[in-house]
Design a protein around this ligand. Sequence first.
Ligand code: ADP
Length: 258
Amino acid sequence: METILKIRNLVKRYNNETLALNGISLDISNGEFISVIGPSGAGKSTFLRCLNRLIDPTEGTIDFLDYSVEKANKKELRKIRAKIGMIFQHYNLVSRLSVLENVLHGRLGYMSSFAGIFNLYREEDKKEAIEWLCKVGLEKEIYKRADELSGGQKQRVGVCRALAQKPELILADEPIASLDPKSSATVMDTIHKNCKQLGIACLVNLHQVEVAKNYSTRIIGIKDGKVVFDDVPEKLTDQMIKYIYEGKESEMYQKAIP
Ligand code: ADP
């Protein structure tokens, strides 16, 4: 496996007070499917959003492929973001546009602004977008407006848009938090299956520990802006889960000492 993302001492302070990320260092390779878990406010969303500079980090370095993300100028950032697909909790679709057009938005990062403004998508891109939609079971929805879809269908469009980018990395920020269990399973299956087939690294923020355990090759636990667990799912014991979500540091030490 090849390291595609190298994060060193990532710190994020909001408004000079809230310390949301307190020195995160990680290496991530292609083919890894990583769940990021932790209580609300732990810094999971901030962490993911720093990786493609939706949020500017305060300190630290992020190397993605040959790019320095934290130093990237506008032009480099466009290239970086073209290679990083993002899936959002609330889908971020353009509701008045068709499902197909929403998926084609995944190609915008590779087009000139002129072609983008006038929706001059290549036939090949359209064909591929339709193929993605058929693959995720949305063949009947291709020409519907995005706002006619159910939540689960919208998220599958979100997944297709990310995949249409031909990304090296997918960031999914609570992709199933607004979905019922059945749609959640379909969406997670779709993300997982395609990332695996294509060797795309995936970082997914999740609330549900069981889902994280089911799909991941690696689980990262974040608490108070720090990584407190980073291992294979089999190592995530009930005691560790309790510590990540509720415990204080001293409790963990007390339990570790017989
Ligand atoms: P999580 O995704 O784990 O719930 P977040 O990354 O959303 O955590 O938040 C981490 C911390 O940063 C929290 O204390 C939160 O209140 C704070 N925070 C998040 N976004 C902002 C913001 N835009 N401005 C100020 N504080 C923020």
